[in-house]
Design a protein around this ligand. Structure first.
Ligand code: GLY
Ligand code: MN
Length: 357
């Protein structure tokens, strides 16, 4: 995949200017990959306007040479932050940004001790990844297609007495076979009363006839995630299950209608919540409507009452209302959605009518 690393680094350099910095330390693995193309861990980028250093250890030196361009590769043998401090001194940078949400207190303290006369300032760089370019959108689109194919097939596998873990394994195996690098997050399979756990990762519980099974899963392609939830019923759904399913689906479809560039994240969340309020179910919708995703499964902005941002074209978000009722169960319906100036495009396209198998 041809990602435009120089455009990404140009944007980072604009941030360096705007924050009156000489350089930025990039440490979060997703950001190291985003700015350099390197897919490993335990590595740091030190980026200034006139230098790009890639600090890693012997496990990754060759890989870094293969996967990155225009970086000076520096191999450390006595500690990542020790080498980082040495490279900062060599660079002459005095005002340095670092990811305050990522670097631990101990790492920060050790760096500070080694760098007298250098100012370290926490900066936020994840937001540079919010708007996806064409190459990123095509990776996420592909991850969504892989998840769709896996869902279509896993339906043949689900029956009474199969465990949640077996369903999760089948889904993950199918996604791998169709090209996923790994699951985008821990696969959720929550059946029967476990459906009241929004994040009920799969257990050895056996699925029984008459139960809802909620599956929330994602594929990864070139590091980019997909995210989809479908809830199906094993056997005939009861009237109550049918009624709740219809209300959640109605809310989810309303979300798809109103997700649009320029709309407020907060307003989208509350409009969908309002739908569930009218169905008497809003008190069971206990999380926000959605989140952005890309190299990480949860990115900003969120579709949440706590988010003051507006959506912009080429953000990718989820629309995932759910209802969770203790001792009864629950369900969620979720799609990955590409934000546009007009109607949003749903990238996960598995059926959403209530499937009874
Ligand atoms: N699909 C997992 C989550 O959004 O938390
Ligand atoms: Mn999600």
């Amino acid at each position: 995949m041809n990602f435009n690393f120089s455009a990404r680094i140009d944007n980072l350099c604009k941030k360096i200017d705007a924050e009156n910095l000489d350089a930025v330390i990039v440490y979060k693995a997703a950001n190291v990959y985003y700015f350099s193309g390197f897919r490993g861990d335990s590595s740091i980028l030190l980026i200034g306007k006139n230098f790009r250093k890639f600090i890693t250890d012997g496990r990754y030196t060759e890989q870094a040479k293969l996967q990155t361009k225009n970086f000076e590769i520096v191999e450390q043998r006595d500690g990542l932050f020790k080498k980082l401090a040495e490279e900062i001194k060599i660079s002459g940078a005095k005002n340095i940004g670092f990811e305050g949400r990522v670097v631990t207190f101990d790492e920060y303290t050790s760096l500070k001790e080694k760098l007298s006369g250098v100012e370290l300032k926490s900066v936020e760089i994840d937001s540079l990844r919010q708007i996806k370019d064409a190459a990123e959108i095509s990776c996420i689109r592909r991850a969504c297609e892989i998840a769709d194919k896996a869902f279509a097939e896993v339906l043949n596998f689900i029956k009474p007495n199969v465990t949640e873990i077996e369903v999760a394994a089948e889904l993950e195996n199918l996604m791998r076979r169709y090209g996923s690098e790994k699951p985008a997050f821990d696969t959720i399979v929550a059946s029967g009363i476990r459906g009241s756990l929004p994040h009920g990762t799969a257990t050895d519980k056996k699925i029984s006839a008459g139960e809802f099974v909620t599956m929330d899963f994602g594929a990864m392609f070139n590091g980019y995630c997909s995210d989809m939830t479908r809830t199906i019923c094993v056997g005939k759904a009861s009237d109550r299950q049918r009624e709740i399913y219809a209300a959640v689906l109605d809310a989810q479809l309303h979300g798809l209608k109103i997700i649009k560039s320029g709309e407020s994240c907060k307003a989208i969340d509350s409009a969908v919540r309002e739908k569930l309020y009218r169905a008497g179910l809003d008190k069971y919708f206990t999380h926000s409507l959605g989140h952005s995703l890309g190299l990480e499964i949860h990115e900003e902005p969120r579709l949440s009452r706590l988010c003051d941002k507006n959506l912009a074209a080429n953000m990718i978000v989820t629309d995932e209302p759910g209802v969770y009722i203790e001792k009864f169960g629950g369900l969620r319906v979720e799609d990955t959605v590409l934000v546009k100036n007009g109607a949003a495009e749903t990238l996960t396209n598995s059926p959403k009518n209530l499937i009874e198998i």
